[in-house]
Design a protein around this ligand. Structure first.
Ligand SMILES: [Fe+2]
Length: 228
């Protein structure tokens, strides 16, 4: 994906998020130079991989296959082992109308996926089999705002604005927006996007960036190369 495209998606996404009254934290707007200058004083931003995450899953067709994410907070994996401490994470995301986030599951992370506004959020769901793979037959049973919803394998769960679903580790999910773009909230246990996404198809998690202009803001996947 070209850097100029990423910059445009950040600008459009920021305006979309603001239109719902959600305000991003100040570090969202640091320039790449400010990020470098704050590497030590704001180590938590980099160590917890907070920030912008515009992904086309490495496939180069963002409008069809992609997701806008911003990690607002993220806990510590060591605390998960202790069972106490910062065990949680929050993301704000945008899935565009008919833009697929591909089928995947998590090993560690439990997540609530929340429709915060816009169109309908559609999730395709499967339960895991004994090896963790997709069970093509098992009935899907998931809590929607505390009420169990049952669907056939591969059934489509449609969430209206305000509704949310709890996805426990192992549950396979893909999602997209219907009718209009959707602002998605994610409240989860600690998030590790480097290791905790298992995709059905062999695809990447981050975008390959072609540098055709200067970055407006760095992506989480830029930190290692740009900031160190
Ligand atoms: Fe997920």
């Amino acid at each position: 994906m070209k850097r100029s495209t990423v910059n445009a998606i950040i600008r459009e996404g920021d305006a979309f998020i603001r239109s719902f009254g959600y305000v991003m934290p100040p570090f969202a707007y640091w320039t790449p130079e400010e990020m470098k200058a704050r590497r030590d004083a704001s180590a938590g931003v980099f160590d917890s991989r907070l920030g912008w995450d515009i992904t086309d899953y490495g496939q180069g067709k963002f409008d069809e296959l992609g997701l806008f994410l911003f990690t607002v907070r993220n806990g510590r994996f060591e605390d998960m082992k202790k069972g106490a401490g910062m065990l949680y994470a929050e993301k704000i995301m945008i899935t565009r109308k008919d833009q697929l986030s591909p089928m995947h599951r998590h090993v560690i992370k439990a997540e609530d996926i929340i429709n915060r506004g816009g169109g309908k959020l559609v999730l395709e769901l499967f339960m895991p089999d004994a090896e963790g793979g997709i069970d093509p037959k098992a009935e899907v049973s998931v809590p929607v705002d505390g009420t169990i919803r049952k669907l056939p394998a591969g059934g489509l769960l449609k969430l209206d604005p305000g509704e949310s679903v709890t996805l426990l580790p192992g549950v396979w999910h893909a999602f997209w927006a219907e009718g209009k773009d959707v602002l998605i909230g994610e409240v989860s246990t600690v998030n590790d996007d480097l290791t905790d996404n298992i995709f059905r198809e062999p695809i990447g998690r981050f975008s390959d960036i072609e540098e055709d202009e200067a970055p407006l803001h760095l992506l989480v996947s830029d930190y290692e190369r740009w900031v160190g």
